[in-house]
Design a protein around this ligand. Structure first.
Ligand SMILES: Cc1cc2nc3c(=O)[nH]c(=O)nc-3n(C[C@H](O)[C@H](O)[C@H](O)COP(=O)(O)OP(=O)(O)OC[C@H]3O[C@@H](n4cnc5c(N)ncnc54)[C@H](O)[C@@H]3O)c2cc1C
Length: 480
């Protein structure tokens, strides 16, 4: 029997599992997909928000500000890219100036440090590519950018290194009350557990209703993006938000941690929780925003488009609670933006909730003496000095073979991410960890070679190598 079962290995579930792995408990982390971070966590704006957006007194406000503060340490420990580049909310007219003053005040109420309202000249000094018609902006120094899936993968790796059992391809289809705790049916297994933590993202309501009376419903909402080539990654230096309106936080233009330019998201309610299409209307709306904000932008530099689904709920706040009368079930649901930023603080809070249930469930919380907060750092060949590169190639010649010529990724790096705990098993899994296929050619040249390496290292047939999720076969049969 497991002490605790966490359902969902997105940023919320991996943070909670890793936080719980500090204690001498048996923890199970389940996900329906064939990789961690394959839900909303792999498709969002990647912003570590400062915290002026969320309405005062909400869980969003509380965990955004605390979560933001925790990012430096956690990303250092887990060797994850994070840059505190600051954020701007732009104002192009008097009404928008009024809005950003309101946001500034809300930020103060929420405890956001280091904010200022900037005059036109200061904004243009910071962001020379903004349109001359800019009137001012709200600047928040603590805003940042992170690698969202890199963080979730690193958390999963570190959690597994610290004893968490990760089971992928394990869709939870039923949760029954057992003699003690629950029996969770996932894949073709039944797991016994004393406590369940529901972190199932857009399926949070479905998991909840396997056990509890319906108390909330997820209303999926899609956000679409355009990602630009690195050649225009320096169009902006900070996270540049449009002014928020009743439709949402507004479209953003920002550099990514790897030096690309990201534009998006749109905001559209949808019915199908799996509908991650991009649409003409969605992409046009974000492109129009960029045209209205920047002096110039070349859409021929778009290298890919994608979308992510927000898990919205009617209250517009996170739902982090035990259903009435239950000590052995915790919902962590409705985690839409700023869920990525808030995740470390949510994990801290959920662990306290688990501790409060400890006596009732017979759980004791002894801190492990051998908990290791650091994960084995990844190798980034191109970031090494020529001397280090030479030494590495002498030790392992696979680091001398470049597989991805856009991002200069070596065979050694690809093998490393396949062999790691919670390692990659698909083409996109390798891409998310080591970045082959993330460059201008989007895998046109390197994909077949990465597939060969996957087939060899996993000892599977090339035909069985998947692009991403279940059933995403690339090859059908041999022709020559
Ligand atoms: C367009 C967009 C932009 C955003 N931008 C930002 C931003 O810039 N900054 C920020 O802080 N936040 C942002 N967010 C919010 C942030 O991305 C989410 O809050 C966060 O990723 C949610 O993580 P999660 O772990 O709760 O959900 P998910 O990442 O969706 O993880 C849930 C997991 O549960 C698994 N699962 C579901 N059902 C089952 C089942 N039956 N059995 C087993 N497993 C199951 C799924 O496979 C999935 O892996 C954005 C969101 C969107 C959509």
């Amino acid at each position: 029997m497991y002490d605790i079962t966490v359902i969902g290995a997105g940023i919320t579930g991996t943070f909670i599992a890793r936080e719980l792995s500090k204690y001498d408990l048996s923890i199970l982390l389940l996900d329906k997909e064939n990789d961690v971070s394959n839900g909303t966590t792999k498709a969002n704006s990647a912003i570590v928000h400062a915290g002026y957006d969320a309405v005062e007194g909400t869980l969003k406000a509380k965990f955004n500000v605390r979560g933001n503060d925790m990012f430096d340490q956690i990303c250092r420990d887990l060797d994850v890219p994070f840059k505190r580049i600051g954020s701007l909310v732009t104002a192009f007219n008097d009404e928008e100036m009024e809005t950003i003053r309101g946001l500034y005040q809300r930020g103060l109420n929420n405890g956001v440090p280091d904010m200022r309202i900037l005059e036109k000249e200061e904004v243009l000094e910071m962001e020379a590519n903004l349109k001359e018609s800019i009137q001012g902006a709200l600047y928040a120094k603590t805003g940042g950018i992170v690698g969202p899936w890199e963080l979730a993968i690193a958390l999963a790796e570190n959690a597994v290194e610290n004893g968490v059992k990760l089971e992928l391809n394990s869709a939870v289809t039923a949760i029954e009350k057992g003699a003690v705790g629950y029996e969770v049916t996932a894949g073709n297994q039944i797991y016994q557990t004393k406590l369940v933590i529901n972190c199932a993202g857009v399926y949070g309501d479905r998991i909840d209703q396997m056990v509890n009376e319906k108390s909330f419903e997820i209303m999926p909402n899609r956000g679409e993006y355009n990602l630009f080539d690195k050649s225009v990654g320096d169009m902006v230096n900070t996270v540049v938000f449009g002014c928020p309106s009743s439709a949402g936080k507004g479209t953003v233009i920002l550099p990514t941690v790897h030096g690309n330019l990201l534009l998006g998201p749109s905001a559209d309610p949808i019915d199908n929780r799996e509908d991650t299409r991009t649409t003409f209307a969605g992409l046009t709306s974000i492109n129009d925003h960029a045209k209205n904000t920047l002096r110039e932008i070349g859409f021929h530099n778009v290298i890919t488009s994608f979308s992510g689904i927000r898990a919205k709920v009617a209250t517009q706040d996170f739902i982090i609670e035990k259903p009435k009368g239950k000590e052995d079930f915790i919902n962590v649901a409705g985690i839409d933006s700023p869920g990525l930023t808030a995740a470390p603080a949510i994990a801290e809070y959920v662990v306290e909730m688990v501790k409060e249930s400890g006596d009732a469930l017979g759980l004791t919380f002894n801190e492990k003496e051998d908990f290791n907060p650091k994960r084995t750092p990844s190798i980034h060949f191109m970031e090494l000095s020529p001397k280090e590169q030479k030494q590495l190639i002498e030790k392992d010649p696979s680091f001398g073979r470049i597989i991805c010529r856009c991002e200069y990724i070596t065979e050694g790096e690809i093998v490393d991410v396949i062999k790691r705990k919670a390692g990659a098993t698909t083409l996109d899994g390798v891409k998310r960890r080591a970045r082959p296929g993330s460059g201008r050619c989007q895998g046109g040249f390197c994909a077949p070679r990465v597939m060969e390496i996957l087939a060899r290292e996993l000892d599977v047939d090339m035909k069985d190598v998947l692009k991403d999720g279940k059933g995403s076969y690339i090859l059908t049969e041999q022709t020559k």
